[in-house]
Design a protein around this ligand. Sequence first.
Ligand code: NAP
Ligand code: MG
Length: 480
Amino acid sequence: MSAFEYAPALESTSIVNIADSYKLFINGKFVAPKSGKYFPTINPATGKVLAKIADANAKDVDLAVLAARNAYAKVWGKMPAAERGKYLYRIARILQERAREFAVLETLDNGKPIRESRDTDIPLVAAHFFYHAGWADKLQHAGLGDSPKPYGVVGQIIPWNFPMLMLAWKVAPALATGNTVVLKPAETTSLTALLFAEVCQQAGLPDGVVNIVTGAGATGSAIVNHPGIDKIAFTGSTEVGKLIATAIAGTKKSATLELGGKAANIIYDDAAIDEAVEGIVNGIFFNQGHVCCAGSRLLVQENIHDEVLEKLKIRMSHIRLGNPLDKNTDIGAINSAAQLAKIKELTAAGDSEGADRWSVPCEIPSEGFWFPPTIFTGVSQTHRIAREEIFGPVLSVLTFRTPQEAIEKANNTPFGLSAGVWTEKGSKILWTASKLRAGVIWANTFNKFDPASPFGGYKESGWGREGGRHGLSAYLKGSN
Ligand code: NAP
Ligand code: MG
């Protein structure tokens, strides 16, 4: 009998309309960049150019900050909170109506599987706007003081791994709390942010409340250093987070920094192994492992190591890598050539430092950027693949004998964003969670997100929280 094969189930791209080039969104209008420069954005699954994007310089950022300041002083800052909430509800509903368009565009520009952009990213985006819409007129009841006040103009800089979701995490709470925004999407994934600019127009959002300036690191730096910015909200690498912290030291700017991670996913020997295997796969292979809170360090109790690894390899053999627009695809493309090079460099270090590599035997498409789901066993604490964020579909497997050893190994990292714990015993979950230095801890599950739940890190994983009541306080003066 021949092997069972899936028939292709391609999502149509006819719902999206990609222009040849995109301008900046400043003061409610699309305007050509003063820089006169554009850069290409590509589809990482094919390597082909999708469109040209405006490259904002300091002058463009200046105009965006001015528009945001005017909107704050004249309209948004004065508007009754219930009115602000109505705009957020309107945006949330439009995002739901246009969900398919956003999902397809996200998959084209980012390389993530349509199954994830359609079922995870975009529904969560709408949920964030709905959640924060509800808070807009209830801030005085949030336990953050009687009359919490916005900062004013917020500069927001986001990464490429969840382009629209990171935009929602930033824009929704900023607007709900009465701030105006200058946002820079990541260089490789600007298209959904620019589609969001259209949604702002469609919702009739007052001009200048949301401004979107596209560009590379220099554009981000111009936002960080602009004297008209009251607060910076950044999500990205720890390296750039440190540059931002240094740049704003000695200024009045406030900041939240959501940075990298190297999460431990701890499997005790009394865990339900089949469920844990699903959780391991979800923890590291969701979104090609381009996830700050990915369970990238597997800590397995030594006596179940062989059984877990055997089951994990069988499960991984069923992962389907390929065209992100195919509804059967589990693993899409790596977002950029640069990220692929970083993954290759770190995995080569895994080989040379003596760990054992195993990759899913799968066909790699001839165009675009791809990396097969991979695990390294025989990893020790000193290996680079145990210490550094790979940000790709690569799992480092370590073992432990006692719960105390699991905690010590889990906490032995400069990061502290998330962790997972798998055991049948509730008391062990609580004991473990109380000892882990991580902002988010999942028990018998992984990668669960909800707008009501605060998210953020310890140590080099960042400052502040996003989501929930804690996330509101990050946008209100004197409350955090
Ligand atoms: P990145 O290089 O730090 O970039 C993040 C954003 O900062 C991008 O928009 C980038 O622009 C911009 N940027 C680069 N240099 C800058 C500078 N000197 N000043 C101001 N802005 C600058 O990070 P990434 O590689 O895109 O994203 C991956 C990282 O994000 C990982 O470390 C991941 O863990 C982290 N992350 C954290 C969370 C969280 O919530 N904790 C969530 C998602 C991702 P360009 O696009 O042009 O480079
Ligand atoms: Mg792209």
